[in-house]
Design a protein around this ligand. Structure first.
Ligand SMILES: [Zn+2]
Length: 486
């Protein structure tokens, strides 16, 4: 069976093709030939001598692109990428929120760089050396790498609690140029986080100048996703105009009860901006977010759950409020006791999440933190959760619209000419699933669980997930930009 699945030519016969363009599903056979899709059409046009898999009643779609991840180091540590391939993902965008694994060598890490995993992973002094490592020991999925501005700051500055000096800006420009030449698709920022919070707009525009010459996008975890979200969005748009590049609003959300409902306002702002400059966003379908433990988040969240704690490991998986009661400490002291730590914050409104997810410019991005001991379920369930909740249960997205967000739309935004569509000549990243059964099993209580209903996943023509387990194949590639964003 395995030989057939990995044959040079293979027909996926009798399925319902959802091609990633947003077009309606249609019945067609799909011929994979080596690492490409060779044909999509009626059964009688397929070569009769090619091995076939009967996928009658199943959806056949382009492999999903996870538009927002922190998998930079996980790809090297766990190349089978089970959390991702088990939900149909064939490509991950790394280096988001200002934090990329390279270029940085450090034995101890300031938060939030530790969201990417242990310090031992930070061993790449240049971006190219990390890309080379990924090519030498590939993973099961493809990679779209971004370089993080926070990483550049930590690499170039002795003190990040101030604006960068002209010499430090120049050093960051050199590092960014090296990353773009080595294959980065753009730069991310995370001015929400301490090591970048002191970077003024002007610093980001100066550091980002190489994007003007080498091309590349600008993805941003905004300075503020709560009361001051609008000025933070205006800042990002200004940076995008100054650097003449696509702006990606990362994990777009409205944090805190006071701001619930304001997605109508922020999405209208994005619509207005989209008429003047290239812009898009990514998001996941859960009403909770996750990052390092911070009191400003604890205070606006309905509930805070600890994902890991260096200072008090037994807090993992429990609510901050319970742990605080047990310790008999105030907020500040509890934070000190637990730190360094991570948390899940229930601080979004379901209606906002739905409105953002269904916006036509919204891509799907898990934003998962792969090394967390008790992670947010988004690491294992984002894509299957969208297919279950928004498509099947609530009917607020059509199947073809949801898949377009996960495939064709992302491929267009990231400048991939030969992925994201199920069409002849495209690379053979393909997912086969049962639309009636597909379900995320990962929950906030039990977050490490593979989804059900994703029956086969092919990356560059090779099967990496057989419906129950990873196959051991590691056909993933570090992708290259085929088009500059227009
Ligand atoms: Zn972020």
């Amino acid at each position: 069976m395995q030989a057939a699945v990995n044959a040079a030519r293979l027909v996926l016969a009798g399925g319902l093709v959802v091609d990633g363009s947003g077009a309606s599903p249609r019945r067609a056979d799909v011929l994979l030939d080596g690492d490409r899709i060779a044909a999509v059409g009626p059964a009688d046009t397929m070569p009769q001598d090619a091995p076939r898999i009967d996928v009658t009643g199943r959806v056949v779609a382009p492999g999903f692109i996870d538009s927002h991840t922190h998998d930079d180091g996980y790809l090297l540590a766990h190349p089978d990428m089970r959390p991702k391939v088990s939900q149909g993902i064939t490509t991950v965008v790394t280096g988001n929120c200002g934090i990329s694994l390279a270029p940085l060598v450090r034995e101890s890490l300031p938060q939030p760089l530790d969201l990417l995993g242990p310090a031992s992973l930070f061993r790449f002094a240049s971006f190219r050396s990390w890309i080379d490592a990924l090519r030498e020991t590939p993973a099961a999925v493809n990679v779209i790498p971004l370089v993080g501005h926070t990483t550049l700051r930590v690499a170039a500055m002795d003190d990040t609690q101030r604006a960068a000096s002209p010499a430090e800006v120049e050093r960051m420009q050199e590092l960014l140029t090296e990353a773009l030449q080595a294959g980065a698709f753009g730069m991310s920022t995370g001015t929400f986080y301490p090591p970048a919070a002191h970077a003024p707009t002007e610093e980001i525009i100066r550091v980002g100048q190489p994007l003007r010459t080498h091309g590349g996008l600008y993805a941003t975890h905004l300075r503020d996703e709560a009361d001051e979200i609008v000025p933070a969005m205006e800042e990002a748009l200004e940076i995008g105009r100054a650097l003449d590049c696509l702006v990606v609003f990362s994990h777009h959300k409205l944090a805190g009860g006071r701001n619930h409902g304001r997605s109508a306002e922020t999405l209208a702002l994005i619509d207005r901006a989209a008429r003047l400059q290239p812009v898009c966003l990514d998001c996941h379908p859960y009403p909770a977010t996750s990052t390092m433990l911070r009191l400003d988040r604890v205070r606006i969240a309905r509930r805070t759950m600890i994902t890991w704690s260096g200072g008090y490991p037994q807090a993992q998986g429990r609510d901050f409020a319970d742990v605080q009661r047990e310790l008999g400490l105030d907020d500040e002291q509890t934070l000190q006791r637990l730190s360094p730590a991570g948390a899940i914050y229930f601080l979004m409104d379901e209606a906002d999440v739905r409105r953002i997810m269904t916006h036509p410019l919204a891509m799907v991005g898990s934003d998962g933190l792969p090394f967390d001991k008790h992670p947010h379920p988004r690491q294992w369930g984002t894509f299957t959760n969208v297919l279950r909740t928004l498509v099947r249960e609530q009917g607020v997205l059509s199947l073809q619209a949801a898949i377009h967000k996960m495939t064709g739309l992302a491929a267009k935004n990231y400048g991939l000419a030969d992925r994201g569509l199920l069409a002849p000549g495209q690379m053979a990243d393909v997912v086969v699933f049962d639309a009636e059964k597909v379900t995320d099993l990962a929950t906030f209580e039990k977050p490490i669980q593979a989804s059900v209903g994703i029956e086969r996943v092919f990356v560059n023509g090779r099967c990496v997930w057989d419906g129950e387990r990873t196959t051991g194949a590691v056909p993933g590639r570090v992708l290259e930009r085929s088009t500059a964003h227009a």
